[in-house]
Design a protein around this ligand. Sequence first.
Ligand SMILES: Cc1cc2nc3c(=O)[nH]c(=O)nc-3n(C[C@H](O)[C@H](O)[C@H](O)COP(=O)(O)OP(=O)(O)OC[C@H]3O[C@@H](n4cnc5c(N)ncnc54)[C@H](O)[C@@H]3O)c2cc1C
Ligand code: FES
Length: 258
Amino acid sequence: MKQVTDFIIEEREQRGAQYFTLTLRHPSQMQKIVPGQFVEVRVDGCREVMLRRPISVHDVDEERGTLKLLIQIVGRGTRRLAQLGVGERLNLVYPLGNGFDLGVSEGSRVLLVGGGAGSAPLYHLAKELSHRGVRPTILIGGRNAGLIPVRDEFEQFGDLCIATDDGSLGHRGLVTEHPCFAASYDRIYTCGPTPMMKAVAQSALQRGIECYVSLENMMACGVGACLCCVVDTDEGHLCVCKEGPVFNAEKLKKLWNL
Ligand SMILES: Cc1cc2nc3c(=O)[nH]c(=O)nc-3n(C[C@H](O)[C@H](O)[C@H](O)COP(=O)(O)OP(=O)(O)OC[C@H]3O[C@@H](n4cnc5c(N)ncnc54)[C@H](O)[C@@H]3O)c2cc1C
Ligand code: FES
């Protein structure tokens, strides 16, 4: 059930110039959060930012009652969030949306493809898959090494591959040009910039691989009330915040001309 809660910032970590993480502690009993779900963050202390900002849940520690967010600084809201420190409060509406389909059998060949901040929910997903006996291949892409916000921490749950446009880390080129992308998989999950997800989904559909895509549309309410995040899918008009953000790529054929 959705909750509005003041979490307490327990830890803040800078990840290069553009990214930071916040570990947030729930004041009492945290709701269950599944990989791919997101929170709507209230940005206090910034008059120009009226609307909450949608941010994926990067990690969850149920025993400690904490969740972690990985945030890229792109505008006024995220710049303000970057100024927050340990001990301060952050008001969240959570958990929101439908997470990734986790119906994979033990030993399945699974690929996760993330671009920039889109790698955020894939960490929680990789952790959950590893608990289910699946060791995924994790392919992370970015323009350069500084824009790859997560690296080594992924290695405990999967085999990490990196692609950068300028070759400053890993394979030079797009994620879809990385040799590990061409391998054979039972399922692909992806989150990141739309052109990247489109290319990943197109290739997956052509190869007959089931593919799940997490859309990052502009959102206002996050709960299906304002209709600003509606997309025209193969199953009609759907709210990304409520019916997504994760969709089977089969439903996006019309939207993306796949
Ligand atoms: C379901 C969902 C999950 C997300 N998860 C994460 C996450 O884990 N980490 C993360 O860093 N970001 C995530 N985003 C994107 C994040 O919400 C935006 O970057 C943020 O709202 C920008 O706010 P701002 O005030 O800093 O920027 P603004 O001043 O509002 O905008 C600055 C720039 O960001 C773009 N932008 C604004 N809102 C969005 C949006 N909703 N989606 C994409 N681009 C946007 C604008 O087009 C503009 O170019 C997610 C978005 C969605 C919809
Ligand atoms: S953000 Fe309001 S309906 Fe989706």
